[in-house]
Design a protein around this ligand. Structure first.
Ligand code: NDP
Ligand code: 8X3
Length: 247
């Protein structure tokens, strides 16, 4: 049974990969994107997916890749804007300019380019669902994370704005705000320092990508008149972006 077509950005790892698995098992056909061609080849094989290799920071490459989706796969039902990252953890007055550019260009402008390219088709079909992956980090700044937090606050505002702009249509817009999820996120944040990354998840049972994928699928499968606007999903023993009680 085919449930529809889901396009998931950043599907080569973590939350995006878990969404691919969950949506595939729920009967969706998949369009999966990322920059890691090898991982995309593995996912193509595993899920019989259409895969697109591009960097969301490259607007032209993003538009070109999305324009290459064949007609039979182009009526996208669910877009999961997941590709994103944090880089560095230091005071705002000491942050790395390159890290800042990468976060802002990926988390904000990359998400906007994909949205701007895919949503017009949803509007013209009067059908579709955009699920943006924000973060608890977008609710309030935490120490040494201001730029990442700001990028996710922007995702929250862009999601709210999109929901307003499509409100006359049947298109739905959801923001998922995960807390601590054990993925490659911290390895990326700490530029490959695995020991430092592992410490992020010590003394607490973190969320998994599958936990977030469950929420995404729940939102996507809600009846057509139900719009899950926002979900904050935290690990038990995490109260917000900066309160984590470790055993
Ligand atoms: P991962 O590092 O495991 O996955 C990130 C994914 O994003 C990868 O598939 C990566 O693909 C893709 N990606 C990163 N940069 C780009 C880019 N420039 N162009 C295209 N794809 C890109 O981390 P998570 O799964 O944890 O992160 C997914 C999302 O969830 C992010 O938006 C993150 O901010 C958010 N989030 C994560 C939380 C956590 O605790 N882990 C909590 C809250 C939100 P590739 O390397 O192939 O390009
Ligand atoms: C990722 C969660 O708290 O590490 O967005 O910023 S956190």
């Amino acid at each position: 049974m085919k449930n529809g077509i889901a396009l998931i950005t950043g599907a080569t790892s973590g939350i995006g990969e878990a969404c691919a698995d969950k949506f595939f098992n729920a009967g969706y056909s998949l369009i999966l994107t990322g920059r890691n061609q090898k991982r995309l080849d593995e996912l193509k094989e595993k899920y019989n997916a259409l895969t697109l290799c591009f960097d969301v920071r490259d607007r032209e490459a993003t538009q070109k890749a999305l324009a290459s989706i064949p007609a039979e796969m182009s009526a996208i039902d669910v877009l999961i804007n997941n590709a994103g990252l944090a880089l560095g953890l230091e005071p705002e007055f000491e942050g790395d300019y390159e890290d800042w550019d990468t976060m802002l260009d990926t988390n904000i402008k990359g998400l906007l380019t994909v949205t701007r390219t895919i949503v017009p088709g949803m509007i013209s079909r009067n059908h579709g669902h955009i699920i943006n992956i924000g973060s608890v980090a977008g609710d309030a700044a935490y120490a040494n994370g201001a730029v990442y937090c700001a990028s996710k606050a922007a995702v929250k505002t862009l999601t709210d704005g999109l929901r307003i702009d499509v409100a006359a249509s049947e298109v739905r817009v959801t923001l998922l705000k995960p807390g601590l999820v054990e993925t490659n996120f911290s390895r990326v944040r700490f530029h490959g320092d695995n020991e430092r990354a592992d410490n992020v998840y010590k003394g607490i049972t973190p969320l998994t990508g599958a936990d977030i994928a469950d929420a995404a699928l729940y939102a996507a499968q809600a009846p057509a008149h139900v719009q899950i606007a926002e979900m904050l999903i935290l690990a038990t023993h995490q109260a917000n972006g900066s309160t984590i009680v470790r055993k």
